[in-house]
Design a protein around this ligand. Structure first.
Ligand SMILES: Cc1cc2nc3c(=O)[nH]c(=O)nc-3n(C[C@H](O)[C@H](O)[C@H](O)COP(=O)(O)OP(=O)(O)OC[C@H]3O[C@@H](n4cnc5c(N)ncnc54)[C@H](O)[C@@H]3O)c2cc1C
Length: 376
């Protein structure tokens, strides 16, 4: 068996990004993916334009809509609209298109792809990782990247990530026409979902619709009931949507995301935003940072991969710590949160700026603290 540099388990947004940046630097790598690439992926597809920073190629071909307005409502009424400035757009993609576009760039750079490769066993023998698929195929590598999403069992197996992962209950679906959602407008509805929100994001000819609940999340989300109210408001019949429920692992404290020759990226690393379910930006960021550290480690320029966990803490985790606090207060008292948070004159713009990646939760927290100190 040939020993490759890195085996990436999972070919979603985080795995393909890691793969591209490793292959682009000439490393011998492969993606081991359980499924094929044709099916629809469960995701709202909303993504900050800031993700372009992590790619040397344009993501334009997969962007279906550039959002310039964000509309908020409480129980379908009491609407507030925020405008996004030209410099900080929010993009909407079809997730399956985004993932396969990045995958193509990785393959063009030399990455191998093994599909229908359901990883069931990972063992380390001296310094070599041996990964086994359900059908018995095996791969050996110097390092592994865990990128198999929210249901991953490997963080626990290798003592990485949070001891007690936290999950949001979610639903995502698609309607195959535009309804009455205004073009270039993303919609957020807070009153219909207990401890969470529902959204509608326009694509070129379709709409991504979903919802998430962020507290008491052992329960499943009553998606049918919520869709019965939400879809007619968007000009659809509830029977028009095709979608699925899923558990989404969200950020739950600062944690070690690497061991010796092993890194967690994307949802398996529990880095998804616990307030707004933004998981694509951290998935792409973690893929980029993981590859940067692995390239240096494989070249012998660094002794370990600890820099990866540190960078993810500084560049993402510190903001998520505030995101989690905001989420716990907001979703516990959502009506008050909507009145004092969203309906405050500057608030919708701030939320829109968070979505576009222009500011972080940490920036918001610092502003509030400064205001309180100043008032005193
Ligand atoms: C309903 C919903 C809506 C969302 N909406 C948004 C949004 O609008 N914007 C946003 O930023 N984020 C959103 N997110 C979060 C975002 O989808 C995730 O954070 C993102 O998918 C993480 O990418 P990933 O590559 O880590 O994991 P995934 O996309 O889950 O990819 C994991 C891959 O690993 C493969 N895999 C799994 N098990 C194995 C195995 N045993 N062997 C081999 N391969 C395996 C899977 O088939 C899959 O291809 C949403 C999430 C949900 C659930």
């Amino acid at each position: 068996m040939t020993l490759i540099d890195v085996a990436i388990i999972g070919g979603g947004a985080s795995g393909t990004t890691t793969a591209f940046h490793l292959a682009n630097k000439g490393k011998n790598i492969c993606i081991l993916e359980k499924n094929n690439y044709s099916s629809m992926r469960i995701c709202g597809g909303g993504m900050s334009a800031a993700v372009q920073n992590w790619f040397p190629f344009e993501l334009n071909p997969v962007i279906e809509e550039v959002i310039t307005n964000v509309e908020f409502s409480w129980n379908l009424a009491d609407k507030v609209v925020a405008e996004l400035s030209g410099s900080s757009p929010f993009w909407i993609v079809q997730r399956e298109n985004l993932d396969s576009f990045i995958l193509d760039q990785a393959i063009n750079s030399g990455c191998k792809l093994f599909t229908n490769f359901d990883v069931v066993k990972i063992k380390k023998h001296s310094n070599v990782w041996r990964i086994t698929a359900l059908d018995g195929r095996q791969i050996e590598s110097k390092a592994i990247v865990i990128a198999d999403g929210s249901q991953s069992k490997w963080p626990e197996t290798f003592g990485l990530g949070p001891k007690k992962p936290s999950y949001a209950s979610t639903f995502a679906g698609r309607v195959k026409r535009k309804g009455n959602l205004k073009s270039k407008t993303a919609r957020f509805e807070f009153g219909l979902v207990d401890n969470g929100f529902a959204w509608a994001f326009p694509l070129k000819n379709e709409v991504n619709i979903g919802m998430g609940t962020f507290l008491n999340n052992n329960n499943s989300i009553p998606s049918k009931k919520i869709l019965t109210s939400f879809l007619p408001d968007l000009g659809f019949d509830p029977s028009e949507i095709i979608g699925q429920e899923a558990k989404l692992r969200v950020w739950n404290g600062h944690n070690n995301l690497n061991g010796e020759g092993i890194l967690l990226v994307g949802d398996s690393a529990s880095i998804c935003d616990p307030f707004l379910a933004e998981g694509l930006r951290p998935a792409l960021m973690s893929g980029y940072e993981a590859a940067k550290n692995l390239n240096a480690w494989l070249d012998g320029n660094i002794k370990n991969l600890d820099g990866y966990s540190k960078t993810m803490k500084t560049n993402w985790g510190n903001s998520m710590a505030w995101g989690k606090r905001i989420s716990q207060v907001f979703y516990r008292f959502p009506k008050v949160g909507y009145k004092l948070g969203v309906k405050r004159s500057t608030a919708p713009k701030r939320i829109a700026e968070i979505l576009s990646g222009k500011i972080s939760y940490e920036d918001i927290a610092k502003r509030v603290i400064n205001r309180l100190l100043f008032q005193r």
